[in-house]
Ligand binder design. Structure first.
Ligand SMILES: *Cc1c(COP(=O)(O)O)cnc(C)c1O
Length: 372
């Protein structure tokens, strides 16, 4: 089935007791036992499983083409669960430009627990090869990356990971299953912050781990989810599933807007640089063409001679809202260096843009008036 059909139907069965077309929200934290001691639908207690969570997990597993999925209270708790599932003192290879929170988790939270992280430029396969060790358990990929939209070659990196017996996990938050299919390229785990495109309306936090096969690693992930309980509420699962219904169409429209905006800004002499994988000038444009069906709704621009000037340009925007996060219906713009603090890799005049569903002419006009 095509992803448009899956997005509408996966996890959306007509309610057998009422005929409700839209699924009900099951708030009950506990489920009654039958007289023989069994449970009617196999449900016991909501930390273990809940109908809304099961529906979302089933849907995500189908969207990515995986065998099993576990959802979490945030993207970061999904990442945390995968690292915990590796076991103590694992060696991890991660990109130098991973999502800032991921880098922080690896270094500040898991470092003291003996997790050893080697940070590399994932666009440099030689550097990745050098970083791999006999005890490497995980190669973490985020592509396109944050905030410079570098593109890492999933197929080559998965092969490298497997050559030392490590797993390869892809943070597919920015590309979404609509544009990028990590399992087809050899990845073992796909991670999402469903806070972004999957939810799609900037109104719910969530995360997910989807596994290519339902084996030992996924069992460890499931055990941490059920016993640790960093799970989303039934309403959050319901909201995320509601957002997913329109995912393919939103992503496609946002991608068209982003490409048009990137092309427009790349012709403007006042703009120092435009970082977008869909531009011919992008250093990994060929890799992006090979592994993505289109280039996504995120871009970054370098504008203004200084940090202050760059912030001032963002402040003059009227259609774009100055805020962090991404993937919602509204366009957002953010001065990344000031959000990330002193340890940032973001250039001082870099503005990260999440392109929304507004009319492209209004977005371009907003930029035009902010730049003058
Ligand atoms: C937002 C984000 C995360 C973290 O997700 P939360 O839901 O905020 O915890 C991880 N990776 C990427 C690429 C993100 O954009």
């Amino acid at each position: 089935m095509h992803i448009e059909t899956l997005a509408v139907h996966a996890g959306h069965e007509v309610d057998p007791t009422t005929g409700a077309v839209t699924p009900p929200i099951h708030l009950s934290s506990t489920f009654a036992r039958e007289s023989d001691g069994s449970y009617r639908a196999g449900l016991v207690y909501s930390r273990y499983a809940n109908p809304n969570r099961l529906a979302l997990e089933g849907c995500l597993s189908q969207l990515e083409g995986g065998a099993a999925a576990a959802v979490f209270a945030s993207g970061s708790s999904a990442t945390m669960t995968l690292i915990q599932a590796l076991g103590p003192r694992a060696h991890v290879v991660a990109p130098h430009d991973a999502y800032f929170g991921t880098t922080k988790l690896l270094r500040e939270v898991f470092g003291p627990w003996g997790v050893d992280t080697t940070v590399v430029d994932m666009t440099d396969l030689g550097a990745v090869k050098t970083a791999l060790r006999g005890d490497t358990k995980l190669v973490w990929i985020e592509t396109p990356s944050n905030p410079l939209l570098r593109v890492a070659d999933i197929r080559c990196l998965a092969e490298l990971a497997h050559s030392v017996g490590a797993i390869c996990a892809v943070d597919n938050t920015w590309a979404t299953p609509v544009l990028q299919r990590p399992f087809d390229l050899g990845a073992d785990i796909v991670m999402h912050s469903s806070t972004k495109y999957l939810g799609g309306h900037s109104d719910v936090l969530g995360g997910a781990l989807i596994a290519r096969s339902d084996g030992e690693l996924f069992s460890a992930i499931r055990a941490i989810q059920m016993n640790g309980g960093a799970v989303p509420s039934p309403f959050e699962c319901w909201l995320t599933l509601r957002g997913i219904r329109t995912l393919p169409w939103r992503v496609r429209a946002q991608t068209a807007n982003a490409l048009a905006l990137a092309q427009h800004l790349s012709r403007d002499a006042r703009v120092e640089a435009v970082h977008y994988p869909g531009l011919d000038s992008h250093p990994q444009h060929d890799v992006a063409r090979r592994q993505m069906s289109a280039f996504g709704g995120m871009l970054a621009v370098q504008v203004g001679a200084s940090r202050a000037e760059s912030v001032a340009i963002a402040s003059r925007m009227r259609v774009f809202t100055q805020a962090t996060s991404l993937g919602g219906t509204e366009s957002l713009i953010e001065h990344r260096a000031s959000v990330e603090g002193p340890a940032t890799h973001a250039p001082e005049n870099l503005l990260r843009i999440s392109v929304g569903l507004e009319h492209i002419d209004d977005l371009i006009e907003d930029f035009e008036s902010a730049l003058t």
